[in-house]
Design a protein around this ligand. Structure first.
Ligand code: ADP
Length: 511
């Protein structure tokens, strides 16, 4: 364990062995004179006195060795990264970060394993990438992380568009290339994609590769490029660079970029999917808004002509003709209610709805909402009961939006009740009011309840379904309730009936 006890003091010796850090002494020829227990544990076998440091650690490209010599010469402490040489062929290589200081004519090398100190951020990487949803932000974050993790001076994400490569995100010394395209043929990027493996160039700036020809002002030295692949799809490459004349990338940094590229490819893939979904959603929103506007105009005209006929301005109508006109009126009303619902949905989705508060009585709100559903209740012979409670309840809120919510809940209650009644109850609490709509209708199964408030959700979706509607009413109602600082609750039993309640603050607090 101890190559050469420098102190002959067993307490100090024990103390050095108990450290989590590895402590190594080397002489001016970089031969080991002491190794504490941590170093022996890393090595796996005893470290004999006098072995060259180079047999224990991998000194990348002779550079670290020079750095050690520099510390011997000028006495300045330095921080270095090493790969530990495993004593057994099958043991995994391990990276360490060390601080090197001059002590007398030799050096003390204090090291800690990188797994604790630096590999953990890789888990962080996955978390950080998962947190950002915007594609540009994901790519920029990724470049930042890659440049830092591999101690680069810059990083970039490149993707292919046809026969061209394009720098879609960049940080540090690759920024001048952002948004620029280059010939894929003959590029290092094409090599990385072709081999599906990491590729490197120690002097990319002098390589005359297509990217350098396209952006000659780039001052690049060493470069590392890793392919970004997820679920069998090639998304592009991740590149890390150093300035011209900078030291080449170590194996440690290559390994790190490989792992990073794997994490990143999944994040980029997810973000792409999300982007597609969002643009499809926006297209759907635009389509709905345009179509509803287009449908509303002829429908209004249709309703107007119907009224003209019904008023018998053009000429007398028979009883059966008037009956048909009444049916036409009910159908056009229904259709325009659905169109209004879609318009309300699109304006909520686009965040165009604003609250216009005023003071009103809860009783008035209930009465005006009931008036809207009375004709349907009468037609279906469903009784409407109202329990307003004692005393009047004053609310400051947006009465139109509150009415729209209540009309939706009452409309559903009547629509989904074939026999029995619909009851409205008003309950006042200290800072809120609860409006309960209870029906004796078909009820809703417990496992369907959570689905109801999603846009276009309907319990009965078969072609033979009995009840019309857009499946937007409850979604809109919940969004409006939230806008007013309230919420909607539901309880229901299949075959027995449902109770939907909207709870609103007595005083809208604004946002
Ligand atoms: P729509 O009524 O236009 O279909 P809603 O969003 O208002 O859309 O309601 C969604 C679904 O929730 C309805 O299709 C129906 O299946 C169910 N639902 C809503 N209210 C009731 C109710 N009072 N009783 C039974 N089912 C209801």
């Amino acid at each position: 364990m101890i190559a050469d006890n420098p102190t002959n003091d067993s307490t100090l010796d024990g103390a050095l062995d108990s450290l989590d850090a590895g402590v190594l002494l080397v002489d001016h020829e970089l031969r080991v004179t002491y190794a504490n227990a941590r170093w022996t544990a890393w090595r796996g076998v005893a470290i004999p006195s006098g072995v060259p440091l180079a047999t224990l650690v991998e000194l990348a490209a002779g550079e670290s060795l020079l750095e050690l010599k520099a510390t011997l010469a000028d006495g300045e402490p330095r921080m270095l990264h090493f790969a530990l040489r495993p004593a057994h062929a099958d043991s995994a290589s391990r990276y360490i970060v060390s601080t090197v200081r001059r002590v007398g004519v030799g050096l003390v090398i204090e090291a800690r394993a990188e797994t604790d100190a630096e590999l953990l951020p890789l888990y962080d990487v996955a978390r950080r990438l998962a947190e950002v949803v915007d594609m540009a932000e994901v790519l920029r974050t990724l470049c930042d992380i890659a440049s830092r993790q591999c101690q680069g001076s810059g990083a970039a994400v490149l993707r292919m568009t046809g026969k061209l490569g394009e720098v879609v995100a960049a940080v540090g010394n690759v920024v001048p290339a952002r948004g620029r395209c280059f010939e894929l043929h003959g590029s290092l990027m094409a090599e990385a994609l072709e081999h599906g493996e990491l590729v490197a160039d120690e002097n990319f700036g002098g390589s005359g590769r297509p990217l350098m020809r396209a952006v000659p002002e780039l001052l690049l030295g060493p470069i590392l490029i890793a392919p970004l692949r997820a679920h069998g799809e090639t998304l592009g490459v991740l590149a890390v660079t150093r300035a011209a004349g900078g030291r080449p990338f170590h194996d440690r940094e290559r390994d790190r970029l490989r792992v990073l590229a794997d994490h990143a490819a999944l994040a980029v893939h997810k973000s792409l999917l999300l982007q597609h979904a969002q643009s499809a959603d926006r297209a759907k929103g635009r389509f709905l808004a345009t179509m509803s506007h287009e449908l509303r105009t002829p429908l209004t005209a249709l309703a107007g002509y119907g009224e003209l006929l019904a008023d018998q301005v053009i000429g007398p109508m028979t009883e059966s003709q008037l009956d048909i006109l009444e049916r036409m009126r009910s159908v056009t009303n229904h259709l325009s209610a659905m169109i209004e619902e879609i318009l309300a949905f699109t304006s909520l989705e686009e965040g165009r709805e604003t609250v216009r508060p005023s003071e009103f009585l809860a009783e008035d709100l209930v009465r005006s909402a009931l008036a809207a559903v009375e004709p349907m209740a009468e037609q279906k012979r469903v009784a409407l009961n109202v329990k307003l409670g004692a005393g009047s309840v004053r609310i400051t809120s947006d009465i139109d939006k509150a009415r729209q919510i209540l009309v939706n809940l009452l409309g559903n209650a009547v629509k989904f009740t074939d026999a029995g009644s619909v009851s409205v109850r008003l309950r006042k609490a200290s800072t809120s009011v609860r409006l309960e709509v209870q029906d004796t209708g078909i009820g809703i199964a417990a496992d369907e309840l959570s689905r109801l408030f999603r846009p276009f959700a309907q319990v009965d979706t078969g072609l033979t379904r009995r009840h019309g509607g857009t499946g937007l009413g409850l979604y809109i109602s919940r969004r409006l309730a939230t806008l007013l600082g309230g919420h909607i609750e539901v309880s229901s039993e299949l075959g027995i009936g449902s109770t939907f309640s909207v709870v609103l603050p007595l005083e809208w607090q604004g946002r």
